[in-house]
Design a protein around this ligand. Sequence first.
Ligand code: ATP
Length: 289
Amino acid sequence: QLPGSPAAPRHSCENLGQGSFTKIYRGIKRDQEDSECHETEVLLKVMDSSHGNCSESFLEAASIMSQISHKHLVLLYGVSIKENSIMVQEYVRFGALDIYLKKNQSGGKVTASWKLEVSKQLAYALNFLEDKKIVHGNVSAKKVLLAREGDAASGSPPFIKLSDPGVSLTMLAKEMLIDRIPWVAPECISDPKNLALESDKWSFGATVWEIFSGGTMPTSALEPLLKLQFYQNSLQLPAPKWMELANLITQCMDYRPGWRPSFRAIIRDLNSLITSDYELLSDLSPSEL
Ligand code: ATP
C-alpha cells in the first residue's frame, strides 16, 4: 500500500497511453505535513486484474524496486493492490529514451558525448544491480527514462533513470518474447528460465547500439520467424564504425553468456572511449553509425 500518500483522485490523472499490460497515467501525490500540503507529480502504472498471475509478477518487480535506491533507478513511491494493481513511481519529465532519440535525431541536442554519457549512466545503474545480484530482465531504450535533457553548449550532461522491468519475461507468451529480439538475450528465447545477470549484459549491448543508432533497430520490421532466425544463425547487429564501441557491443552481445564482461569492466571500457574519435568518423560518413 502507499505509505500515507494516496494517489491523486481519478479526475486529476492524465492518460499517457499504455505498456504491454498496463495503462499509464500522470497524477499528483499529495502529502500533508503539519499544515502544509506538498504535491509531487507521479506516474501510475495500472494493471488490469484480468491479467491474473501477471499481476503477481508486476508487483514483484515493484517490490524489488522499492527495496533499492540508486540515482539512476526510477524511484518507486508504492503500490496499491485493491481492485487493480497500481504502481506509483516518480514522473520522469522527458519520458522514454527511444521516443526522445527518434524525435531529436537532428538539431544538435543529441551528440556522441551525450549518447556516451547516457550509456555510462545506464551501465552504473546495472552495475549497482549486478553488485546486489538483482536481474533487471527488460533493458532497452524504452525502459531508459530521461530526467534531464542536458545541454551540450553549456556542458551540462543529460540524466537518466532506468525504469522498473515490469512483468517478468518468464511470464510472457512466446510472441512477446520474440518481439523483444534483439534486446532479450538469446538464451532466454531458448528457455526464459535462463534469465540471469548475464542476460542484462546482452540487453545493455543492444541498448547501446540502439542509443548510438538513433533509436531504430534493424530487426524491428522483421517477421517473427526472421527475428528468430537472427538468433538461430547467431547473427550480430551491424558493427558501428567506431571500432572501440563496436568491440564493447560485440563483447556484451556474445552468444555465450559466461563470456560477457562484468558491468565494472564495461564502465572501465566506456570511460576509455573518446568521443572526438567518433565525431571524426561521423563527419566522414554522417549516414552511418
Ligand atoms: P512493458 O510494456 O515493458 O511491460 P510497462 O507496462 O511497465 O512496460 P513502460 O514501457 O515502462 O510500461 O511505460 C510505457 C510508457 O510510459 C513509456 O514508453 C514512457 O513513455 C512512459 N513512462 C513510463 N514510466 C514513466 C515515468 N516514470 N515517467 C514518465 N513517463 C513514463
